[in-house]
Design a protein. Structure first.
Length: 218
């Protein structure tokens, strides 16, 4: 299901105009890319707040309805208010159905609770990254990429090259060479357990032993 947002062309520019927009419950944004001139628009703050919790909003193609004319876009930047929930500004980039795009796709980890490294070997999962940048055509952008940890043992590591990708999707880092095949997640010994195993009982000196025997006799 495509997320749709309504927007209106913006003519009044400048910081003062932006402040007036925000006081009225709106926010400024810009749409650019695809060989066309950038366009300044406004969106309703309440509409943006409604879609913010949706994971797909950050990686999927959006339908932006600008004064009745729809354009396919991707969210490129989002500026938050320092201490309020409000969004201050947004950047959208137009997409061409025939041109590959770069997007950050979230990773969904499954099977952690049944992984041998966790269930019986005393380990804990360490999530190194929670999303990955991919390259693909707009129609092939996955909503998420699943990472199955159910067969992992202690000290096992999943790398970018281990990810099972949908057809037509490539991990951007791997196109730069094997040196960029970074870790995604691993199972390692729990810190508390490692600390306990590292504790060694201090040796008892002969004087301490003798003193202890004396106390026992008394």
């Amino acid at each position: 299901m495509t997320i749709e947002l309504n927007a209106a062309l913006r003519d009044d520019m400048g910081k003062g105009a932006s402040r007036r927009l925000r006081r009225a419950g709106n926010l400024p944004a810009v749409v650019y890319g695809a060989g066309k001139d950038p366009v300044s628009v406004t969106l309703a703050q309440k509409d943006v707040q409604y879609v913010l919790p949706q994971e797909a909003f950050y990686s999927q193609v959006l339908s932006l309805n600008v004064d009745g004319k729809k354009e396919d876009v991707l969210l490129r930047d989002l500026q938050h208010h320092p201490y309020k929930i409000d969004i201050l500004h947004m950047d959208f980039v137009r997409v061409d159905a025939k041109v590959a795009v770069h997007v950050h796709v979230p990773l969904h980890f499954v099977g952690e609770d049944v992984a041998p490294g966790v269930k019986s070997e005393g380990g804990a999962v360490n999530h190194v990254i929670m999303e990955v940048e991919v390259e693909c055509l707009p129609k092939d952008i996955p909503t998420f990429i699943e990472v199955d940890l159910s067969e992992m043992h202690l000290n096992d590591i999943v790398h970018l090259s281990d990810l099972k990708l949908p057809k037509g999707v490539e991990v951007l880092a791997l196109k730069q060479g094997e040196d960029h095949d970074t870790a995604v997640a691993g199972i390692h010994i729990r810190k508390a357990a490692a600390s306990t195993e590292g504790d060694v009982e201090a040796p008892v000196s002969e004087d301490d032993a003798a003193e202890g025997e004396g106390e026992a006799d008394s």
